[in-house]
Design a binder for this molecule. Structure first.
Ligand code: 3PG
Length: 305
């Protein structure tokens, strides 16, 4: 009997976990759970005889893959798969998939929620500002970016988008102003919401030069990955651009050094963009179905390696 391990240091909501178990067991497979595990060694020990894994931001590196000789498929229940060593997986014929779009509304709602929290001075009762009429620049117009655009329009914001992989027509159809150069997005918009993946091209790409183009009171919103930010540049922007604000769902490495900017910086206590009952359910059950379809029908839709 195939064994499917749901390895989630940050567990799914119970209803989602129950549904995942149901899908896996109905298909005739065994479903095992490893949640809130104390260290990476616990994950390595748990994969010894599993055929499939469902993960979130859990690290599946070469050590994990080497420790799992029966592993055939890893599904990242979510969008970003920078936590999986694709080369190590491919070398062992392990299929890696994600579940694109399944948690994107949750992330988008958090981005707008954090913006409101920041412009209303962390809800401290003092006079803040509004989003209506302001310009938001969506950096990467994928699944999350599209939801951000829709919600931002509801707030009455002017929406701009930059994405080298998306056509002008596709953005304009959604009522989004197409921006050809990333520099123009940063110089034109009061808010920039990041939705780029973390990869070799994007790591540290949000740097001093780009951020310095933002208006004096610009706000950077990061519900993507800490790795895309050049933190030396970020610290310099905080020091030099006195009205600059940063809200983030991903803890920067330089967190301690941002302490002095407490009124211009806000971070969620734990990455929680995708932490909703709906997103857990959508992404978790999609992952379970993808595994069943892979084993039963050899379906490799959503394969990323
Ligand atoms: C994603 O890439 O899907 C999001 O960053 C959510 O990550 P999480 O499942 O670890 O919350």
């Amino acid at each position: 009997m195939k064994k499917v391990l749901v390895a989630t240091d940050k567990p799914f909501a119970k209803a989602a976990a129950d549904q995942i178990r149901q899908i896996i067991t109905d298909a005739g497979y065994e479903c095992l759970f490893l949640e809130k595990y104390p260290d990476q060694q616990s994950l390595i020990q748990a994969v010894g005889n599993v055929n499939a894994m469902i993960i979130r931001s859990d690290i599946v590196d070469k050590a994990v893959i080497d420790a799992a000789p029966n592993l055939e498929i890893v599904v990242r229940a979510g969008a970003g798969y920078d936590n999986v060593d694709l080369n190590a997986a491919t070398a062992k014929n392990v299929v890696v998939m994600n579940t694109p779009g399944q948690n994107s509304n949750a992330v988008a709602e958090l981005a707008l929620g954090m913006m409101v929290y920041q412009v209303r001075n962390h809800f401290n009762g003092s006079s803040g500002t509004e989003l209506m009429g302001k310009k938001i620049g969506i950096h990467a117009y994928g699944n999350v970016g599209k939801h951000v655009a829709r919600i931002a329009k509801g707030f009455g914001m002017e929406v701009y988008g930059f994405d080298p992989f998306v056509s002008r027509e596709a953005m304009e159809k959604d009522g989004v102003h197409y921006v050809e150069r990333v520099e123009d997005l940063y110089s034109q918009c009061d808010f920039i919401s990041l939705h780029i993946p973390a990869n070799a091209q994007t790591k540290k790409s949000i740097n001093f030069d780009l951020l310095s183009l933002m208006p004096a009171k610009g706000m950077l919103v990061n519900t993507a990955r800490k790795e895309v930010i050049d933190e030396e540049g970020l610290k310099r922007i905080f020091a030099e651009k006195k009205g600059f604000t940063y809200v983030s769902d991903v803890a920067p490495d330089c967190l301690a050094e941002l302490g002095e900017y407490a009124d211009r910086f806000f971070m969620t206590p734990k990455k929680m963009g995708a932490q909703t009952a709906e997103a857990n359910n959508n992404a978790g059950t999609a992952a379970a179905r993808q595994i069943v379809n892979f084993f039963k029908n050899n379906d490799i839709t959503f394969k990323v390696n």
